[in-house]
Write a protein that binds this ligand. Structure first.
Ligand code: GDD
Ligand code: MN
Length: 362
């Protein structure tokens, strides 16, 4: 049998899973159909890249893309697939959660049934274990329904990280993809939603991780919402704006709560209370944006403090722009509420753009 499959493994801090996974891949690949493994590592502090390069006798050719200054699961997958040269390419977790035996089953389906796009589903098999609990489980369920609606398909697991496809399909779609989030399969399927490509599901096992911990926590929900909003508005809704607005709304709660407490519990004068509440909500907005909205570029140490000072400056200028725009509109005869609302909008957009491009530089 010809080696016709490339396996792309996006990885961050998965060094302790490398041997385990390569061995199991080799064991499962009884017909020697895997040509090459492409490992895409984002400069993991655990030294994964150098470790891969030092492997003495890997069972097949293992190439490692050691990315510096670039991050993210989706872009890692795209770069890995672009290095492949075989007819078929598969993407799977590098942590041992996806079974090499399932990979060979998917390849077999592709070759025998001529299926060009196979998605490994965690929820199709009766006996497969849904390792997600609580919030993750909820996100999975609700997210699936929304995804299917957008993708115009009926998939049991459109958010899976395990899939196999004909490379030519990817090549036709890749230029339209926006590989910023972590849901690369969603992006891929979205770009081919109007093509006549059949997507077949293959029931897979989803094991617990061999070693280490998940890189995707409940905060990726924000990225997911960003991606969906992008699809729905055809890219008009800016990425990260949703999180920024959410944090802004929380700031309002902080502001009013503190204002109330200072006035009625601590008996502070109104001007003093309003100033303290303003400053506090700016600090709280900054901290939350740092860990939620812009967490991929989050600031720490001195940079955190510098960022906070910039953020306060930006918000102050934003407030001036807000008042200026509102005053202009009101003077031109607009109603008080429309002027006020558009003023807030101008201020918010100003804050958002400066925050995104100058404070948390992409
Ligand atoms: N290069 C790179 N860069 N790899 C990354 C990054 C990144 O920023 N983030 C995560 N990875 C790698 C991980 O090292 C792992 O090999 C794989 O991508 C998936 O990440 P996990 O941390 O293992 O995610 P999970 O197992 O919790 O989530 C699973 O379910 C998701 C859907 O809910 C995975 O199968 C995901 O792929 C899937 O989207
Ligand atoms: Mn995983």
């Amino acid at each position: 049998m010809n080696p016709i499959l490339t396996v792309v493994l996006p990885a961050y801090n998965e060094r302790n899973n490398i041997d385990f996974l390569l061995q199991n891949l080799a064991k499962a690949d009884t017909n020697h159909q895997i040509k090459r493994v492409i490992y895409v590592d984002d400069d993991s502090p655990d030294g994964s890249s150098e470790y891969i390069k030092s492997l003495a006798n890997p069972p097949f050719e293992v190439l490692c893309i050691h990315r510096i200054g670039r991050q993210g699961l989706s872009s890692a997958v795209v770069e890995g697939v672009m290095l492949a040269d075989t007819d078929y390419v598969a993407v799977m977790d590098a942590d041992g959660q996806h079974e090499p035996d399932d990979l060979m089953g998917m390849l077999n389906l592709a070759l025998v049934d001529k299926a060009d796009f196979i998605v490994g589903s965690r929820f199709k098999a009766q006996d497969s274990l849904d390792n997600h609990t609580g919030m993750r489980h909820f996100i999975s369920k609700k997210g699936n329904a929304l995804c299917n609606f957008i993708l115009k398909r009926e998939l049991t697991d459109p958010l899976t990280g395990f899939f196999l496809f004909k490379r030519s399909i990817f090549l036709n779609a890749v230029r339209d993809m926006k590989p910023t989030g972590f849901k690369i399969l969603l992006e891929f399927l979205y770009r081919i939603r109007n093509n006549n490509i059949e997507v077949v599901e293959y029931p897979i096992q989803f094991r617990t991780r061999h070693e280490g911990e998940s890189k995707l926590d409940s905060k990726v929900l924000l990225e997911f919402i960003d991606q969906i909003l992008g699809f729905i508005t055809k890219g008009l809704f800016p990425e990260k704006l949703f999180g920024f607005l959410l944090v802004g709304a929380s700031g309002l709660v902080v502001h009013l709560g503190l204002l109330y407490a200072l006035l009625f519990i601590f008996g502070v004068s109104f001007n003093m209370a309003q100033s303290l509440a303003t400053l506090s909500s700016m600090i709280s907005n900054f901290s939350l944006n740092n860990v939620l909205t812009f967490r991929r570029n989050r600031l720490a140490g001195w940079k955190w403090l510098k960022g906070l000072i910039y953020f306060i400056a930006v918000c102050s200028i934003g407030a001036t722009a807000n008042v200026g725009a509102a005053a202009y509109l009101n003077g031109a005869g607009e109603s008080w509420w429309l002027s006020g609302l558009l003023g807030v909008l101008v201020g918010t957009i100003f804050n958002f753009v400066l925050s995104r491009f100058f404070i948390w530089k992409p």
